[in-house]
Design a protein around this ligand. Structure first.
Ligand SMILES: Cc1cc2nc3c(=O)[nH]c(=O)nc-3n(C[C@H](O)[C@H](O)[C@H](O)COP(=O)(O)OP(=O)(O)OC[C@H]3O[C@@H](n4cnc5c(N)ncnc54)[C@H](O)[C@@H]3O)c2cc1C
Length: 309
């Protein structure tokens, strides 16, 4: 008969590695499937300046390597493979990886949320350099520079307002003239004298020079006319997509696909827990993901004690 694992952790961002560290130190012999992007979203960024413990900041990939090493030192087994599907219809649960089935009493889902990008020419080259999807993370790198924000929802308006703390000018670019943002968020942005709002504009392509991002060509979707905007930073705030497809709808989510917690970090399925950006509609930071990873491992430990001791 196949071995039944205590807990399988799916995903290797800050949430996954922290869950792995705690579960390993609790002697649960956790197994992690790190996924197609081992290390998670921080592998895409050069500097992390807001994770406690690094007074001089740290490179994203370097930080994730250290988190992995720390968890592995206590016995976390990491496999750089993607989970294809899970079967949560009976216990032990089945986790399918490249055709192989792994049995487990508990699961921690830490698969994060993908930022939605514009996918226009020039974007790939400037991702994590001049173009970001996180103003809280990268805003401070654009002190006294001109930046733009793309989007028309609460996040776009909030990020534009937040960026005025650093940038000399923020242009909020939206493809329509109707904003999805709440009135208060929109009005706060509209009233800010550092913010210029450009409606009926969408990014046709990004421009760059030897220093990095230099601007964008904006197109008016009504008539195809174009104009050039000069900025050294751009923030795309058109939403995130939680990565939950492999769950096949077996775990309850909200309408956008974010997993719902039912009891502490446990989901709608007994013994299945979730942590990090895959449940987080609000904070989406490495430290909050790591904190929730810790909570989920402690919850798993207690649940296993009660159910499989
Ligand atoms: C460009 C950029 C810069 C950022 N800078 C900062 C910053 O400076 N400070 C900060 O606090 N936050 C920053 N963030 C946000 C931060 O990266 C996230 O909040 C954090 O990484 C979320 O962690 P997580 O563990 O929930 O998920 P993620 O880091 O998204 O990791 C998800 C993991 O799940 C894995 N996975 C997905 N599907 C599967 C599957 N089917 N099977 C197995 N594994 C799977 C992926 O491979 C990945 O390892 C930044 C984000 C971006 C995009």
């Amino acid at each position: 008969m196949s071995e039944i694992h205590n807990v399988i952790i799916i995903g290797s961002g800050p949430a996954g590695y922290t869950a792995g560290l705690y579960a390993a130190r609790a002697m649960l012999n956790p197994l992690m499937f790190a996924g197609y992007m081992s290390g998670g979203q921080l592998m895409l960024t050069s500097d992390v300046e807001n994770f406690p413990g690094y007074p001089n900041g740290i490179g994203g990939p370097e930080m994730m390597t250290e988190l992995r090493e720390q968890a592995e030192r206590f016995g976390l087994e990491v496999r750089d493979q993607n989970v294809e599907s899970v079967d949560l219809s009976e216990r032990p649960y089945k986790v399918v990886v490249e055709g192989e089935v792994f049995l487990t009493h508990a699961i921690i889902i830490c698969t994060g949320a993908e930022s939605i990008w514009l996918n226009v020419p020039g974007e790939e080259e400037q991702k994590g350099r001049g173009i970001s999807t996180c103003a809280t993370c990268d805003g401070a790198f654009f002190r006294d520079e001109e930046v733009m924000v793309v989007g028309g929802g609460d996040s776009a308006c909030e990020e534009a307002t937040f960026l005025t703390r650093f940038a000399s000018k923020v242009t909020l670019v939206h493809r329509r003239d109707v904003f999805k943002a709440s009135t208060i968020m929109y009005e706060r942005a509209a009233a800010n004298e550092k913010i210029e709002i450009k409606t009926f504009r969408q990014v046709q392509s990004w421009l760059s020079n030897e220093k990095g991002l230099s601007g964008a060509i904006l197109e008016d979707p009504r008539d195809g006319s174009t104009e050039t905007i000069n900025v050294t930073g751009a923030f795309i705030a058109i939403g995130h997509k939680p990565i939950t497809g492999f769950l096949g709808g077996q775990v309850e989510t909200d309408e956008e696909g974010y997993i719902l917690h039912k009891h502490h970090t446990m989901t709608s399925v007994e013994g299945v827990f979730a942590a990090g950006d895959v449940v987080d509609t609000r904070y989406k930071q490495a430290i909050t993901a790591a904190g929730m990873g810790c909570q989920s491992a402690i919850d798993v430990e207690k649940w296993l004690e009660d159910n499989h001791a």
